[in-house]
Design a protein around this ligand. Structure first.
Ligand code: NAP
Length: 263
């Protein structure tokens, strides 16, 4: 299987590369900005090549497609995983923060898919897996810009799934909840015994990505029961708002209390 994984230099992407390397006859193409890391992983796996690229650069999709075309001639699996989050309320971060998220967490996936789709179709039955987030179905305070991009990615993926079926390309969507990685350390949750259990590992998400790959599932939440949060957002929006508003309200109250204590 010829597979390209973006964001393979750490976290979920690295775990996905390691998982895919165990598939028989794997040929992997690893993409991210940190070349040293990609090269080290490629050398360790033995069946991978590295392409250092900033996916928000204008020429990145064409440059990556040219390498895949020249060295592999087609693609069985494209995993659009690279992404990041910069926490901020809209009042603080404004359009700049929304734009920054859209460029990396949505536009980059769309642009790379556009460049690679002919190569994916060439290998049909093949697959594209997009890594969104549970935040792509349920928004919380101070992550609105991230949610906007992940909602967009989820909606676009749902449509692409329907469009590409006729061409033999399965399009899967993976929606992780909390996963402890470099970019998303989840320290608040990991440090507390009471909440540690809700944090998943990158390896668990990598399994879900394989599950949503060629001939696989259309949609996978990680952990699986998180689909309930998305369903509740539709069926019981007031309840979800009360729960999430409650946590924001409590946080604000705590901040106010500690602010008062300092004064
Ligand atoms: N961890 C979670 O709790 C969680 C939950 C839901 C969804 N997700 C999603 O899962 C995906 C992977 O995140 P992660 O948790 O594994 O975080 P991570 O460890 O920080 O990995 C992010 C990856 O994206 C790459 N990347 C970032 N900016 C890039 C750019 N401009 N061009 C190319 N590559 C870029 C990074 O590589 P370089 O820095 O080397 O470029 C890195 O390999 C993201 O899309 C994230 O939104 C994560």
């Amino acid at each position: 299987m010829i597979a390209l994984v973006t964001g393979a230099s750490s976290g979920i992407g690295e775990a996905t590369a390691r998982r895919l390397a165990r598939e028989p006859g794997s040929e992997l193409i690893l993409v991210a900005r940190r070349e040293e890391r990609l090269r080290a992983l490629a050398a360790e796996l033995g069946c991978a090549t590295a392409i250092a690229a900033d996916l928000t650069d204008d020429d990145a999709p064409a440059r990556i497609a040219a390498v895949v075309e020249a060295e592999h001639g087609g693609l069985d699996l494209l995993v659009n995983n690279a992404g990041a989050a910069w926490r901020s309320t809209f009042a603080e971060g404004g359009w700049d923060n929304v734009h920054r998220h859209m460029r990396l967490d949505f536009d980059a996936q769309v642009r790379l898919t556009e460049a690679l789709l002919p190569l994916v179709r060439r290998k049909a039955p093949s697959a594209i897996v997009n890594v969104s987030s549970t935040a792509g179905r349920v928004a919380r305070d101070a992550t609105g810009a991230y949610s906007a991009a992940k909602f967009a990615l989820a909606g676009w993926t749902d449509a692409l799934h329907l469009e590409e079926a006729a061409h033999g390309v399965h399009v899967g969507l993976v929606l992780p909840g909390f996963v402890a990685t470099e970019g998303f350390p989840q320290r608040e949750l990991v440090d507390r015994l009471l909440t540690r259990w809700i944090v998943s590992t990158p390896e668990t998400v990598a399994e879900a990505i394989v599950d949503a790959g060629p001939g696989g599932r259309a949609e996978r939440y990680v952990p699986r029961p998180y689909w309930i949060a998305a369903a509740l957002r539709v069926c019981a929006p007031r309840l979800v708002r009360r729960v999430l508003g409650g946590s924001a309200g409590k946080r604000l109250a705590t901040q106010t209390r500690s602010g008062e204590a300092r004064r």
